[in-house]
Write a protein that binds this ligand. Sequence first.
Ligand code: 13P
Length: 249
Amino acid sequence: MRKPFIAANWKMNKTMGETGEFINSFIPLVSEAEGVDILIAPPFTCLNEASGLLQKTGIRLAAQNVFYEEKGAFTGEISAQMLLSAGCSDVIIGHSERRQYFSETDEIVNRKIATARKNGLEVILCIGESLEEREADKTFEVLEKQLTDSLKDIDPNGMTIAYEPIWAIGTGKTATPEQADEAHTFIRKWLNNNVKNSDQVRILYGGSVTPENIGSLITKPEIDGALVGGASLNPDSFAKIVLGAKVSS
Ligand code: 13P
């Protein structure tokens, strides 16, 4: 049995002040949520502020990206050690928006994962197919390639994988629980076939998750939680998703 895991990806939203307001409202709303792991991924500029406010709550803190080099002349980039010093325990790597707008390839994702893990950060690896790929019946082929290439020479035990179909992100079009479950089952089989003792690796679903649909998603055996974008920006709706994962699991 894997513990449900609900993660907020705020993307490029919220200032420091807004981060403080969110966290102060959110903490009391999830005080009854033992049994669910919770994580928040604010923008880099709010990590330190969030870290202070989240202390002793058990809520984990992630960055949304990291660079694969350790330090040096890489203007604008952020290293794993910088994230640790800002209070992060986790980092999201390979989000489809990074792949789409910043040309991140599986090779870059692989290097980022290696550096993050070497430095002791927990990793949430995002994978998922586009609408064209799904319509061309290439979903499993795409997932297999992303898993194989992103995890080359990496043991994913201790990591989390987020299945985020690109066509469901920010569109209001959630994958049906059956579509999500089918992809999760494929990922689970890939893990079973390629990685020893990987049954504790959690697989999250991401793409238009809301308080209304979390219940039907989390009841699927291979869906261990959710990576939430839009609905994580409001403390009430994100808390409802956390509590929905607890009730249904
Ligand atoms: P939405 O929940 O806004 O669709 O975003 C999902 C996502 O990309 C989380 O990483």
